[in-house]
Design a protein around this ligand. Structure first.
Ligand SMILES: Nc1nc2c(c(=O)[nH]1)N[C@H]1C(S)=C(S)[C@@H](COP(=O)(O)O)O[C@H]1N2
Ligand SMILES: [Mo]
Length: 494
């Protein structure tokens, strides 16, 4: 119980001074950073967008378990419990101090947490002792239970208060107050740009269905009014930009597909949106990138870092942008509100910084960003790939005529052709959907004639540079998965 009080008080004080200093969240964030990538990958795959809830839940269970053990050990003497409360408090302090986002005041939260934990334990222990001489005596027991209930109530109120205070910065109001009017809208998506009725995704992904991958345990809450972007390092003119500065620049809208390097062959981490924002190459030209700078290092408000090749941004037609909006509205909070980066042709971890606050022109030799420090490639262009969406794995479909469908992408190059084969037979060319632009996915469909029984269907894409996907399997680490997607299914007499 005292563990709960400690965490709750820490969360409350953090809510007052700095939400990211909550010891519970700091430990969680540190756990995320220390988790080896395969485990993180597994968590993302298994729990999907719930991976963070599972982590916090797991932490709560472990802490409760420790509390019970300490309670049992403390029957005779208060010291085991006191020691546990103190050690947990220290872990909280270390975790908060180790976060890149901690301010001087932030340390108060885990300190308060430690004090509250120890104090609550000592108090409960002394109350518990009062009943020991006559264990059967009801009043003593009742008093102890009442104290416990009181402590639980305090913990609950403190935790809720912390949540509320952390949310008091009214980001939603800031977001609602923004209207984005791109001077140049993206062309209408033609009706034949997808084969959604035959099993492919819709061409544009609704914001709430867009895949999400990031290390942020709590979504950063940054008001557009408070947002600043510092542009510095190897530049002739340092810049400090406000949100209004960006709104004064020409706003454009572009249809762009985003892919995560963690996507397995056939995986779901790919989505497409109409991004609204300002041209990033123009902005860097104003800053005046010095020769020799080959990496743009970007940082989010919660300390995540990313490195993007400068030439991928500056190349004519790169379509790199600082995005303020998605599908007609300001970026949703979990998409990086107020401002994120988007660079077509590069996996998200080397291009798509959300909650962007800092851009430093540097070199690949001088700086390794977050994932490069964890054995992922420093440069990672999106690989040409394709995926089968229909049939589904082990689906039973009627024998005879059957339409298989899926997606393909060769971002920044364009998909030239998708071929499909059944049971290792000859490759047959699929029909492609109307191309929207080379920075987006493209859908395919093909009519098959299937005999009753089990089948395996495979697909492969060829891009406009003439590269055809090979069946050489590669895991996502270090620079993206490769290999043909295949699906086993059954045709049954209809
Ligand atoms: N601040 C921040 N930005 C980030 C990340 C992150 O962990 N933190 N993850 C990146 C990765 S790995 C990907 S694939 C994309 C995903 O963007 P989405 O969640 O909007 O789909 O964001 C990128 N931007
Ligand atoms: Mo990613």
């Amino acid at each position: 119980m005292s563990v709960a009080v400690a965490l709750a008080v820490g969360h409350l004080v953090a809510g007052l001074v700095s939400p990211l200093a909550s010891p519970f969240l700091a430990v969680g964030n540190t756990a995320i950073d220390l988790t080896p990538h395969p485990v993180k990958d597994f968590a993302i795959r298994t729990f999907g967008e719930n991976d963070k809830l599972v982590l916090l839940g797991g932490m709560a269970v472990v802490l409760a378990g420790l509390g019970v053990v300490a309670g049992l050990l403390s029957r005779r003497s208060p010291w085991p419990g006191t020691a546990l409360a103190a050690v947990l408090g220290l872990v909280g302090i270390v975790a908060v101090l180790a976060r890149p986002t901690t301010t001087t005041w932030g340390v108060i939260a885990p300190l308060a947490s430690l004090v509250a934990g120890v104090a609550a334990f000592r108090w409960l222990w002394s109350r518990g002792q009062a009943q020991t001489p006559a264990p059967a005596e009801a009043p003593g027991r009742r008093k102890f239970l009442l104290s416990t209930a009181a402590i639980a109530a305090v913990a609950g109120v403190a935790a809720a208060g912390g949540q509320w205070l952390a949310g008091r910065v009214d980001v939603e109001a800031s977001r609602r107050g923004i209207t984005l009017r791109p001077g140049k809208k993206a062309p209408e998506i033609p009706f034949d740009a997808d084969f959604a009725r035959e099993g492919t995704p819709s061409f544009l992904t609704p914001n709430e269905k867009f895949y999400r991958v990031d290390t942020a345990l709590t979504v950063p809450r940054l008001r557009a009014e408070d947002w600043r972007l510092r542009v510095h390092g190897m530049v002739d003119n340092e810049m400090l930009l406000t949100y209004d500065d960006l709104l004064r620049r020409p706003l454009v809208e572009k249809t762009i597909t985003l892919v995560c390097v963690s996507n397995e062959v056939g995986g779901p981490y790919i989505s497409t949106s109409n991004f609204i924002g300002v041209d990033l190459a123009d902005l860097l030209r104003e800053a005046g990138v010095r020769s020799g700078s080959d990496q743009l290092a970007t940082r989010s408000v919660d300390g995540w870092t990313c490195g993007t090749p400068v030439d991928s941004i500056m190349a004519p037609g790169s379509n790199a942008m600082l995005a303020l909006g998605m599908n007609g509205e300001p970026l949703p909070l979990e998409r990086g509100f107020p401002v994120r980066m988007v660079v077509p042709g590069l996996y998200g971890y080397v291009s798509a910084t959300k909650w962007l606050v800092d851009m430093e022109l540097t070199t690949f030799d001088a700086f390794d960003p977050y994932w490069a420090q964890r054995k992922w490639a420093k440069k990672a262009p999106v690989k040409t790939m394709s995926r089968i969406d229909r049939p589904k794995s082990f689906e039973r479909v009627p024998a005879g005529r059957f339409v298989a469908a899926g997606i393909a992408w060769a971002q920044h190059t364009g998909v030239d052709r998708v071929e499909v084969r059944v049971d290792g037979g000859p490759w047959q060319e699929a029909t492609l959907s109307r191309e929207v632009n080379v920075d987006t996915w493209r859908m395919w469909r093909i009519e098959l004639d299937l005999k009753e029984g089990n089948h395996t269907v495979e697909c492969r894409a060829t891009d406009r540079k003439g590269y055809t996907q090979t069946n050489e399997r590669a895991a996502p680490i270090p620079d993206g998965a490769s290999g043909w997607h295949s699906m086993v299914f059954t045709s049954v007499a209809g």
